[in-house]
Structures are given as C-alpha cells and as structure tokens.
Design a protein around this ligand. Structure first.
Ligand SMILES: Nc1ncnc2c1ncn2[C@@H]1O[C@H](COP(=O)(O)OP(=O)(O)O)[C@@H](O)[C@H]1O
Ligand SMILES: [Mg+2]
Length: 293
C-alpha cells in the first residue's frame, strides 16, 4: 500500500522502488558517488573485490579485474552432496493447547545433507525441531536419532545425547552474555572436550563475517550479528545433527548468502542439517524440503 519503498543497507539509502515497479528497483547513488551492488548481481557476474569502471553508451560498465573464484563461499548455492546414513528418523504427532499441531509428520534426515522445513507461521516448525532435539516429547509416534529411540531416554540421557551429537540454534539466539564472540564458541567446544585452538574457531568467524567482532562482548552485538554467532556456535562443534530455527531471519542479503554457504559446507562435511525457514535462498540450496500444512 506504500507510495514509495526504500531499502537501507549499511546505514545508507541503497535502493528505492514503488509497489507498481516490482523488479525495477533503482539503486541509489549518493552525493559522493557511493553505490551498493546487490549480492545476486555480484554473484551472477563474478564481481568480487576489484572492478574496472568504464563509460559505455549512456552506461557505466564494471568489469571484474580477476576471474571469478571457483565456488567461493558466497557463490556456493546448490552443490551435489552425497546422502549418508539417516541420522534422524521420525514420525510424530503433537497436540498443543487443544490443537493438533503435527499430525503424523514423517521425516528422515540423512548425514551430509541440507534439509529445510517450511510452512506458514504457526504450522509447527519450531515444535518439530524441539521434538527432534528431545526438548519436547511427542504425544504419539517415535523419534530415532543415530539409532537411539528418544522415547526410551530420561532428561539426563537426552541432554547427554545432545551434548555429544546434536547442535540446536533456537529462533531467539541465547548466548552467554558475559563472554565475547570467541568465548561463546570456545565454551561449546570445551563442553564437548574438543580442541579450542584459535584456527578451528576462526574459520567459522571468517565464513560468517564475524572476524572483526571476535573480541566484542556478545551483549553489544546487533540482532543479525548475534544470530550469526549462534549459527557459528552450533556448527563449530561439527555435530552429527544440526537443528536451526529460522537461521537467516535477521540477516541482510549478503549475510543470508553467508549463512546458507556455511550450512551447505557443514552438510558437505557430513553433518545432517535441518533448518526451519521461510527463506527462498536457503530453500533453494536444500537437498530436501518438507512442507508443513
Ligand atoms: N506451549 C504451547 N502451548 C500451547 N500452544 C502452543 C505452545 N507452543 C506452541 N503452540 C502453538 O502451536 C502452534 C505451532 O507453533 P510453532 O511450532 O512455534 O510454529 P512455527 O514455528 O511454525 O511458527 C502455534 O499455533 C502455537 O501458538
Ligand atoms: Mg517458529
């Protein structure tokens, strides 16, 4: 219903359009000449960090000075992954507040694959992830994680299974507020008796654009930065199963691509990744999409 729509990126007006000219967004050049190139355009044309600019006929032609890198993280869309063993097999029914939220939903999540669960708000995406993580019990059905029936485990045993094999990244990132970014990642690796050498943590920070924030207390970070720390923390333990609830919901376009690239890379390394999402970029990179009614 708006007359004019503008997009702000990095603190400046970057694009504007009206509801009628869908697909015809105008990039805004400010009075000093700054312009922000949209991520899809950069990926498509192989524009990385340096370009030559030349005047064309009523146009400016930008030419990358280096050939595009092969499948760099930002370009990693869909790549062929080989599914391994099923890490999760589930068939669950859940009633909440007198309503059947999940009605015999069946799914299998294989090692080395990126999987997405989609559905309107309230369709049970969060509930499904929580049941698969053993944080809630289904009213009927079974959840099998790495060959173990969660129904046969008590709370302590469920916690132990998660500590060893499962990473959970919730819809609202819960971080350790008294620690900095690196400290949050070190803590989860320590809790799993994994090596906490800097190199193993830095690769996640670099991939998610967090390197410059490594010693910043997480309590001062923006919502999007906190969410990327939560994604890094989930994947930095190289879990057998990673469950992420709307992991790109607070990201701008460039960072959506970063998050999707690290999820794809984690799957490539053998993790079974399951993400609840509305994000078309994440869904496009997935091996399987489960639609909840
Ligand atoms: N503890 C609860 N008690 C009652 N209803 C709940 C509870 N948790 C979730 N619900 C309801 O269950 C439905 C599914 O919620 P949720 O799994 O969060 O959906 P989604 O993540 O797809 O938006 C919603 O209608 C929600 O209001
Ligand atoms: Mg949800």
């Amino acid at each position: 219903m708006a007359d004019r729509i503008v997009r702000i990126r990095d603190g400046r007006l970057s694009e504007e359009w009206t509801p009628d000219d869908t697909g015809d967004e105008r990039l805004v050049v400010d009075d000093r000449g700054w312009l922000r190139l949209p991520e899809p355009l950069r990926v498509q044309t192989g524009v990385a960090s340096r370009v030559r600019a030349a005047a064309g006929a009523g146009s400016i032609v930008l030419t990358p000075t280096a050939p595009p890198a092969d499948a760099g993280p930002a370009a990693a869309g869909h790549v062929a992954r080989v599914p391994g063993e099923p890490v999760v097999r589930a068939e669950v029914t859940v009633d909440l507040g007198g309503r059947r939220v999940l009605d015999g939903v069946r799914l299998a999540v294989h090692a080395g694959t990126l999987n997405v669960v989609r559905g309107r708000s309230g369709s049970g995406k969060t509930t499904l992830l929580r049941v698969l993580a053993g944080l809630e019990r289904p009213d009927a059905g079974t959840v099998d994680v790495l060959g173990t029936d969660l129904g046969g485990l008590d709370r302590a045993a469920l916690a132990e299974l998660r500590r060893r094999h499962v990473a959970v990244c919730g819809q609202r990132p819960v971080l350790v507020e008294t620690l900095d970014v690196v400290g949050n990642l070190e803590l989860v690796r320590q809790a799993r008796s994994l090596d906490t050498s800097a190199g193993l943590i830095d690769e996640w920070l670099d991939a998610l654009g967090l390197a410059a924030l490594r010693h910043r207390p997480v309590r001062v970070l923006s919502g999007g930065e906190r969410q990327r720390v939560a994604v890094a923390r989930a994947l930095a333990v190289r879990p057998a199963l990673a469950l992420l609830d709307e992991p790109t919901s607070q990201q701008d376009e460039a960072n959506v691509h970063r998050v999707v690239a690290v999820l794809a890379a984690a799957a490539q390394h053998g993790t079974a990744v399951l993400a609840a999402t509305h994000d078309p970029v994440l869904a496009a990179a997935a091996d399987t999409v489960l639609e909840l009614a």
